[in-house]
Design a protein around this ligand. Structure first.
Ligand code: PMT
Length: 399
């Protein structure tokens, strides 16, 4: 989701975590958002408003009567806002917002807001769990505002528990999800990503260069668009996308088991994983030793199950099945053949072996082939953007 030309209001209240809002503001600005900051008096005891003014390139609204060039500045801001994020949100501000109290610039502005709001509570665990605070958060949630659960960990008061403000990137991710379209709401999506690794002995394996980036981008985009996403992942070094259920596997056989176990409830299945077609027939239980008189070593391989083909055989008419084809040549011919052989609704074909597409790269170039014979070309772009376009096309074809 792009933040260009989006008007974001960032409300900062008085908690030790106010310093994290500075970094969050930087993320919003970097994404192209137009950010206006509102601070309560107590917030300014933790971080000076100058910091927010410099980074937002705008005056910070702290007072309804003295600070602004217009006496209805707060109404102008509320009307223009595309989203409001209150981070950190103290128990006091949460109580005021829940009961419609308007006694400072932030709470008064929030009464006039009609856009989506994300409240990020941050406080001592006992305060957070206090029945009054929970009741107030419930009121806000029932009124349609979004509440971000705090993280658990060591708090400023030296206790351990729930109450930490989540990291700025996480809040940013949730804002993206809040503002994006929700056209996958109610849908279950099953995605596979990353490589499989096939053991030779306890220390060695056969694998490929898949980093998981393409599959994770699809899982992330689908979750943001409202899908319940299950991600069956080979070994990768990527963080699990927020809100996605991740199941870790190593071998093709493990991947097949987990995918087939989750198949029935899936509406859309996207198999991005680079699965090993063959595995060593007889993996050794002890390390294979080097023998001085043996210059060459042969390893007998046996075919792995074709997971996608098995899904193609089992899928119902309501399930939409997407495969990927990693090719070095004859892209269209090979991709169309795979689509037919594996009974797919769509195949996304990409050229591998280049630094800008396929394995490991942050970008990709993909041709989408459909069962009805049509084709859609996605030029070189970031894997996150490709993921969104691919989902658009799936939804279009599903009708
Ligand atoms: O992970 P990244 O670094 O971001 O790289 C992305 C990618 C290049 C791995 C991805 O874009 C991609 O092309 N994935 C498919 C890789 C692959 O295994 O292609 P294939 O042409 O060999 O297989 C065709 C399809 O059959 C794939 O959907 C694959 O998941 C599936 N398959 C293959 C073999 C097998 N035994 N079981 C399968 O299900």
């Amino acid at each position: 989701m792009g933040f260009e030309n989006k008007n974001i209001l960032l409300g900062v209240t008085g908690g030790i975590a106010a310093y994290k809002s500075v970094e969050f503001l930087r993320l919003l600005k970097k994404a192209g958002a137009n950010v206006n900051v509102l601070m309560t008096d107590s917030a300014q005891k933790f971080v000076g408003k100058t910091t927010f003014e410099i980074l937002s390139e705008k005056p910070v609204l702290t007072d309804l009567f003295f600070d602004t060039e217009s006496s209805v500045k707060h109404i102008d801001l509320a009307t223009a806002a595309d989203a409001v994020i209150i981070a950190p949100a103290t128990a006091n501000t949460i109580a005021k917002l829940a009961h419609g109290i308007a006694d400072d610039a932030l709470s008064t502005t929030l009464l006039a807001v009609t856009c989506p709001v994300l409240v990020c509570p941050s406080m001592n665990t006992d305060m957070y769990q206090n029945i009054r605070v929970q009741r107030n958060l419930d009121i806000l949630e029932k009124d349609g505002w979004n509440i971000l659960d705090p993280d658990s960990g060591v708090l400023a008061c030296k206790t351990v528990g729930a109450g930490r403000l989540p990291e700025p990137w996480f809040i940013f991710d949730r804002v993206e999800a809040m503002l994006g379209k929700k056209d996958l709401k109610g849908k279950n999506m099953l995605v596979s990503a990353g490589p499989t690794i096939e053991p030779l002995d306890p220390v060695r394996f056969i694998s490929n260069h898949s980093s998981g980036k393409m599959g994770y981008a699809i899982a992330r985009a689908a979750e943001k668009r409202g899908a319940q996403v299950t991600l069956v992942s080979g070994p990768v070094s990527l963080d699990t996308p927020v809100g996605v259920e991740r199941i870790d596997v190593e071998t093709c056989e493990q991947m097949a088991e987990k995918i087939l176990a989750n198949l029935d409830r899936a509406d859309i299945i996207i198999k991005v994983a680079a699965v090993a077609d063959y595995r060593p027939l007889d993996p050794k239980s002890r390390k294979i030793k080097k023998k001085d008189n043996n210059k060459d070593l042969s390893i007998l391989m046996t075919q792995n199950p074709d997971i996608l083909k098995a899904i193609g055989k089992k899928k119902t008419k309501n399930q939409f099945l997407v495969g990927f084809a990693a090719e070095t040549d004859d892209l269209e011919k090979n991709a169309r053949l795979k689509m037919k052989k594996k009974n797919l609704d769509m195949i996304a074909a990409n050229i591998v072996g280049s630094s800008e597409s396929g394995f490991k790269a942050d970008t990709n170039k993909v041709k989408l082939f459909f069962k009805d014979g049509s084709l859609f070309d996605i030029p070189l772009m970031g894997k996150d953007k490709i993921a969104d376009i691919l989902i658009d096309k799936v939804l279009e074809k599903m009708g």
